[in-house]
Write a protein that binds this ligand. Structure first.
Ligand SMILES: Cc1ncc(COP(=O)(O)O)c(C=O)c1O
Length: 365
């Protein structure tokens, strides 16, 4: 009677909710103010012209009803133009673009739209924890990515990766397309940090690889590129059949996205882009500082706003939190293969980052 349905019971503990609770509890304890390098929440919002587009649109009296369920066509066009200009990918805006209320939603929708209950989905391990949730909600089973000899119905990829901050290895996207064709499986590439790459690298879209749009979709998020995480706006682009399925699901579950948010999205995508480079360069500069502070520790970051590092044998994330008053995200929360590692975030002011890095340096040296 009124028992919680099995599909909810299957969901893993929400990693970031638990992490936040643990860090808040530690922050409330006596001692030095805690420095939180555990969260991945962009610290700078979108440029002014984007906020202005939102407020100006919100003042119109004709924008408060339901927006078109599948999104404003000009917004789809704007993302298609960006893909053409920046990633060398030509999209049919009407058929190959779905507008999402944030890409987190798209991660869930992909599993629901691509795989039957009982199917198998390959996940990066370590990988973004919500992939595990998506698989569980779809009633599927996950297996860790260990190579392309795996038998499965779908695969999640994520480059640059949260949490490992690695960019895509040469040839991996091509192998993924071949695997998907061979296996009659679907691929989702999560491109949430696509524009945040370092050391002269260029953003690499999965869809730029031959055949990719026959086997999968890519998720593009406004959250990281434009600092719009709270606005909830993103896109699923690529395979027209998957885009149609996602729009079908959204027609039933949602009723579009507030029009001023979509108009501001158009302003972000089509207006001046200097804020994107500024953001990218800021994270690269902070990444450099972090790698200096972690000298002697196995640490890496080729993109995103994270650094992934190995904890010395004697150290734990809990000890860093309690004894050294610095919070980082424990690696095992990203999958069993993340054990012994941790993720620190660069999405924090320079001043706080420096304080946190000093404490990490002292704790890990
Ligand atoms: C790898 C990855 N994918 C997707 C998301 C979700 O982003 P959005 O804000 O577009 O829902 C995040 C957010 O942190 C992320 O780190």
């Amino acid at each position: 009677m009124r028992e919680r349905p099995e599909r909810l019971n299957r969901l893993p503990e929400q990693y970031f909710t638990s992490l936040l609770a643990r860090v808040s509890a530690a922050a409330a304890e006596d001692g030095e103010p805690l420095v939180d390098l555990g969260r991945g929440n962009p610290e700078v919002g979108p440029p002014e012209h984007v906020v202005r587009a939102l407020t100006q649109c919100a003042e119109r009296h004709d924008v408060h009803g339901y927006a078109p369920f599948s999104g404003v066509p000009a917004l789809k066009e704007a993302i298609a133009v960006r893909y053409g200009e920046l990633y060398g990918v030509h999209l049919d805006a009407a058929r190959e673009v779905a507008v999402l209320p944030g890409t987190k939603t798209g991660l869930m929708e992909f599993a629901l739209c691509a795989v039957e209950g009982g199917g198998t989905i390959v996940l990066p391990d370590p990988g973004y924890p919500d992939y595990f949730s998506a698989v569980a909600l779809a009633g599927a089973t996950h297996v860790p990515f260990t190579g392309f000899d795996v038998v499965a119905d779908a695969m999640y990829l994520n480059f640059p990766s949260n949490p490992t901050a690695a960019t895509v290895p040469d040839g991996l996207f091509e192998e993924a397309v071949q695997w998907a064709e061979r296996s009659e499986a679907w691929v989702l590439h999560d491109f949430a940090y696509g524009d945040l790459v370092f050391d002269g690298r260029r953003p690499q879209s999965f869809l730029a690889v031959d055949g990719a749009r026959h086997v999968g979709i890519e998720l593009f998020s406004m959250s990281k590129t434009y600092g719009m995480a709270g606005w909830r706006l993103g896109f699923a682009v690529g395979n027209a059949e998957l885009v149609r399925r996602i729009e079908l699901l959204q027609d039933h579950a949602f009723a579009g996205i507030f029009r001023p948010i979509q108009e501001a999205g158009i302003a972000a995508l089509t207006g001046p882009q200097d804020s994107v480079e500024k953001r990218r360069a800021t994270y690269e500069r902070r990444r450099d500082r972090a790698l200096v502070a972690l000298e002697g520790i196995d640490a890496q970051s080729e993109g995103t706003f994270f650094v992934w590092f190995r904890l010395p044998d004697s150290m734990t994330v809990e000890r860093l939190l309690v004894e050294h008053r610095v919070a980082v995200a424990p690696g095992e929360g990203f999958g069993v293969r993340g054990a012994g590692w941790a993720r620190l975030s660069l999405a924090i002011s320079d001043e706080l980052l420096d304080r946190g890095l000093e404490r990490l340096h002292a704790a890990l040296a």
